[in-house]
Design a protein. Structure first.
Length: 123
């Protein structure tokens, strides 16, 4: 009986050792994978660090261009607003002249009607 119990416990120990070995192997695989991932990330970080100054330089250059274009736009926007006002004024003047022409045509038409009517000739 004691031998069977001892044999059973020995088998349990071997099973636990095998389980532990599998767990350790899995952890080692995970550590290796994480190490490989870390090395890849370090490489990518090195590339990014090399590119980053150029990106910052381009960003600063583009920002300066934006400021320059904004400064150039200010007078153009002012000129556009002035031209819009002139167009509005010309539209008003055009409408006024158009009304005056219509009134003059009506007056001329009435004068011709008065001159052409036989009643006006008798008077």
């Amino acid at each position: 009986m004691l031998r069977e119990k001892l044999y059973s416990e020995e088998m349990d120990i071997k099973k636990h050792q095998a389980d532990l070995a599998a767990i350790v192997l899995k952890k080692d695989e995970n550590i290796n994978q994480l190490t490989n991932d870390l090395q890849e990330c370090i490489k990518e970080l090195g590339v990014i660090k090399a590119i980053l100054p150029k990106v910052f330089q381009e960003r600063d250059f583009m920002w300066e261009e934006v400021k320059s274009y904004s400064e150039m736009n200010m007078p153009l926007n002012y000129e556009i607003n002035m031209l819009k006002r002139k167009v509005d004024t010309l539209d008003e003047d055009f409408l006024m002249k158009e009304c005056q022409i219509i009134i003059l045509k009506d007056l001329i038409g009435k004068l011709f009607d008065l001159l052409a009517s036989p009643d006006s000739l008798l008077e």
